[in-house]
Design a protein around this ligand. Structure first.
Ligand code: NAD
Length: 442
């Protein structure tokens, strides 16, 4: 089948390459010339496990092409995926300018039937807006070409994106048109073999389903973070509590890890956008508001522990910082807790020696030459000359460090762990002062 994907970021690139992998003829289009030039040279601009090999293989097989040419892209695919960004607007609502610009481009160049598929995370009512833009643009062109707009939100996780796309838990198809639903089902058939994963519903419900999923996951995290703060005050250990409640099948173990706050390109902006959508229809979404506030506060928890330990005087202190990406297995630093933490430390007069296995390029792009911030080549080098260690992202290679080396390298022999990676008793035995999240009795 012929597929066009607008936007070659985390979602668009994975969508394009996975659809190509199963044999489709895919054109990926982006407005970022540099990104497309790199992709055409076989250089994948983001880190996502397995993605670079798949891009190269599918390019070599002639199943995927990258372009900035809108006309060529619109003429190519019966399926036109929209996978561009929907960043937060000033008031927190999703900024739809990129989505609607793509809709306009499609309408300006289409000359036969097209299915326009919203894969970007968009507020309820966006499909209607996309419909209107296409309708009005066609009217200006004096043409009346058949098209359908479908909501097909994406649920992939960065770090496991290819697996998630290839073996999705569900494929949501929002449309009132049974013919369009069948076409989408046919396109997704290769990812739907073991059992039926396609769930069809009306467009508005599909749009809301995506926000509901992210808001639910963010709620679980904020709930646990709230409890971790309480556990500290009560002298309980949140890790025991986590085990105790995770074993309840109604609760489950996933997304109940306490930590220094959630980040990333989705949860923060999607919770905000859903809150804003609620406001627009006159509803005060109290729970969503609390989820967001708890998370903002949680990003300060490590900073507060550090300041308390040093009696509010960080002047001249040097911190090794492990982990910059908002979670492991990605280089994405959008809304990452690391940013709040390192900026707070530097603002308070400290310096930071930062290391991340994959996000160094992104961090350098964001911060450039920032006073007080040094990027180093590995975790051990970060420790040398540092007074204390701050662990922010739970990359696998931070789980079992050489604690003796750590102890000798850190001048103040203190570790602030935002992900509860280590055993408090072991740290005490080694002779390292250890601060974690919600582990009151340590
Ligand atoms: N990143 C995730 O884990 C994830 C998961 C599920 C859903 N989503 C949603 O998917 C959407 C895309 O997210 P992302 O993380 O891939 O964003 P991204 O910022 O990585 O990529 C977006 C791309 O769209 C391009 N673009 C902008 N305007 C364009 C236009 N008019 N034509 C062609 N390309 C254009 C940008 O240059 C950029 O390369 C968002 O709505 C996001 O909420 C993201």
């Amino acid at each position: 089948m012929k597929v066009t994907v607008f936007g070659s970021g985390y979602v668009g690139l994975v969508t394009g390459v996975c659809l190509a992998e199963v044999g489709n003829d895919v054109v990926c289009i982006d407005v970022d010339q540099n990104k497309i030039d790199n992709l055409n040279k076989g250089n994948v601009p983001i880190f996502e496990p397995g993605l670079d090999v798949m891009v190269k293989e599918n390019m070599a097989a002639g199943r995927i092409k990258f372009t900035t040419n809108i006309e060529e892209a619109v003429k190519h695919g019966t399926f036109q995926f929209i996978a561009v960004g929907t960043p937060p607007d000033e008031d927190g609502s999703a900024d739809l300018q990129y989505v609607l610009a793509v809709a306009k481009s499609i309408a300006e160049h289409m000359d036969e039937y097209r299915i326009v598929i919203n894969k970007s995370t968009v507020p309820v009512g966006t499909a209607d807006k996309v419909n209107n833009v296409i309708f009005e643009t066609q009217k200006k062109r004096n043409v009346d070409i058949d098209f359908d707009v479908v909501s097909n939100p994406e649920f992939l996780k960065e770090g496991a994106a290819i697996d998630d796309f290839m073996k999705p838990d569900r494929i949501i198809v929002g449309t009132d048109n049974p013919r369009t639903a069948e076409l989408l089902k046919a396109l997704y058939a290769p990812f739907n073999r073991s059992h039926e994963r396609v769930i069809t519903m009306d467009v508005r419900s599909a749009e809301l389903t995506k926000y509901a999923a992210n808001a639910m996951l963010a709620t679980k995290i904020s709930f646990m973070n709230e409890l971790s703060n309480l556990a500290e005050l009560l002298g309980a250990d949140i890790e025991h509590v986590r085990n105790g409640i995770g074993s309840d099948s109604r609760i489950g173990y996933s997304f109940i890890y306490p930590g220094c706050g959630y980040g990333g390109s989705c949860f923060p902006k999607d919770v905000k956008a859903l809150e804003r959508t609620a406001q627009q229809v006159g509803y005060h979404a109290e729970l969503l508001n609390a989820v967001e506030n708890v998370n903002d506060r949680q990003k300060q928890v490590l900073v507060n522990k550090i300041k308390t330990h040093y009696d509010d005087n960080l002047q001249g202190k040097t911190f090794a910082l492990w982990g910059l990406s908002f979670k492991p297995k990605t280089d994405d630093m959008r809304e990452a807790p690391s940013r709040v933490i390192l900026e707070a430390l530097i603002d308070a007069g400290a310096s930071v020696r930062a290391f991340d296995p994959e996000a160094m390029v992104e961090a350098k792009r964001i911060y450039g030459e920032k006073k007080g911030l040094t990027f180093v080549e590995n975790a051990e080098v970060a420790l040398s000359g540092a007074d204390a260690l701050v662990v922010v992202t739970e990359w696998k290679n931070f789980w079992s460090p050489d604690f003796e080396l750590m102890k000798h390298a850190l001048k103040d022999k203190v570790v602030f762990d935002g992900r509860n990676l280590y055993q408090p008793k072991l740290m005490e035995k080694i002779g390292l002062k250890y601060y974690a999240i919600g582990r009151g009795r340590i």
